[in-house]
Design a binder for this molecule. Structure first.
Ligand code: 3PG
Length: 208
């Protein structure tokens, strides 16, 4: 599958795509509610915890206003399971030939170098996650890639926070940024949903 038209739509729904790691299912709805109260609608739940697929299913069923996607999708099987749970899109840290061929979900695949961008473009993917954004060269790398490959559009993720997101969002080839800073581990652990709403609203207001 090439870049599905939903991917650019989801990437431009808001400036921040929250990367969510949900350790326990009872956190799923309060977390989704907190992010949505802050103005974030598109949510990425990583398939890194045992309850991730159940969390996707629960949010997809109970919160129809949210657009829930699955992160850390590595194989076509992951994408199939996520689609079955109700995910609307998939995000992967990198791109393989087998994953490129999956057709269970619209895919936002990860890249980190110009060769990887070229290969993704060759396979029909124009909208990409730049990962891990800061360690892979940050704003300078994306600016550099944008010279010869301006047709590729990015959601940089990895090491992004309130303090550096604006620098990424100022680039012509960046449509949104991804990050976990709006749902920090400690706030999740403490059930501090008000803090997560505050961080989300702060990000949405600063970057919209
Ligand atoms: C990830 O998939 O872990 C994302 O890149 C999140 O990175 P962050 O925690 O640095 O925002």
């Amino acid at each position: 599958m090439t870049t599905h038209p939903d991917i650019p739509k989801f990437m431009t729904t808001g400036p921040v795509l929250p990367v969510m790691v949900i350790p326990s299912l009872d956190q799923a709805l309060p977390l989704a509610d907190a992010l949505m109260a802050g103005g974030i609608r598109v949510l990425e739940i990583t398939l890194r915890t045992d309850c991730a697929l159940d969390a996707i299913a629960l949010i997809a069923k109970e919160r129809p206003d949210a657009i829930v996607g699955a992160g850390t999708v590595i194989t076509p099987k992951d994408a199939e399971k996520a689609a079955k749970a109700g995910a609307k899109f998939a995000v992967s840290p990198g791109l393989t030939k087998t994953l490129a061929k999956q057709d269970a979900l619209p895919l936002l695949p990860g890249v980190a170098t110009s060769s990887e961008v070229m290969r993704a473009l060759e396979w029909g993917f124009t909208h990409l996650k730049f990962f891990p954004a800061v360690p892979a060269g940050g704003v300078g790398a994306l600016k550099g890639i944008g010279g010869p490959l301006p047709q590729a559009k990015f959601c940089p993720t990895g090491g992004i926070s309130l303090s550096n997101a604006a620098d990424f969002l100022a680039l012509d080839n960046v449509l949104c940024v991804g990050g976990s800073w709006v749902a920090p581990e400690k706030a999740m652990k403490d059930g501090n949903w008000a803090e997560i709403s505050r961080l989300s609203a702060e990000a949405v207001q600063k970057f919209s």
